[in-house]
Ligand binder design. Structure first.
Ligand code: SF4
Length: 208
């Protein structure tokens, strides 16, 4: 398994030398907000919405004291806008009140923040702090890890996270997850994977 994992990582690095986060942000709390907006929504849609949101409320303090109804208007097209708008304001208030105006750097503290679950927390730990062992299990990661036999096929994000954490080198895990998202969009799509041109086909369980 170790050899297989290392080979998959190398192939992904060759194809996607950079492993950027798909969400656009300049400040730590902006990433937190963007990840919240990305639930059940595409990163592309979030990136269309956030410039106006961040321009309207250009500081953490401004976001924390924003009128939730106005945030709802600005994020409406991301879906679930009422919950998302409420969480954004409450989360920013908590950062100011409890965390000195910074996105905290531990899973335990992050999970206290409204709207932050394990997926978001892992992404923030990996991208903001480079925390080893941060595994972001989104829909692409769950699907592809199963196809490659890196998990037992679980669709449960937390189980997927645990299983991947056991086999991924900790310092590679965050970038691995970003690359898997790129791979899932370009080649190993949910409905019509491009298996003929897949660089990972020799490790894939779907290929007989
Ligand atoms: Fe996905 Fe096909 Fe590659 Fe398997 S061979 S990882 S199903 S694209």
């Amino acid at each position: 398994m170790k050899e297989k994992v290392n080979s998959i990582i190398e192939q992904l690095k060759l194809r996607y030398p950079d492993a950027p986060c798909a969400l656009h942000y300049k400040k730590d709390y902006e990433l937190m907000i963007s990840v919240r907006l990305s639930a059940q929504c595409t990163d592309a849609r979030v990136n269309l919405v956030t410039p106006a949101l961040f321009a309207a409320y250009p500081s953490l303090e401004a976001m924390a004291s924003a009128d939730v109804a106005h945030i709802e208007e600005l994020v409406h097209s991301c879906g679930f806008y009422k919950h998302k708008a409420r969480d954004i304001v409450l989360a920013c208030q908590m950062l100011l009140r409890d965390y000195g105006g910074k996105v905290p750097d531990t899973m335990e503290k992050l999970l206290r923040i409204p709207g932050v679950g394990r997926k978001t927390a892992n992404l923030l730990l990996g991208d903001l702090y480079g925390t080893p062992g941060s595994v972001v299990c989104d829909t692409h990661c769950i699907r592809i890890a199963s196809r490659l036999g890196l998990t037992d096929g679980t669709k449960d994000p937390e189980k997927c996270e645990q299983q991947l954490r056991r086999i991924l080198p900790p310092e590679e895990s965050s970038d691995f997850c970003h690359r898997i998202v790129l791979f899932g969009r370009e080649i190993c799509t949910a409905r019509s994977p491009q298996c003929a041109q897949c660089p990972l086909r020799s490790w894939c369980k779907e290929i007989k």
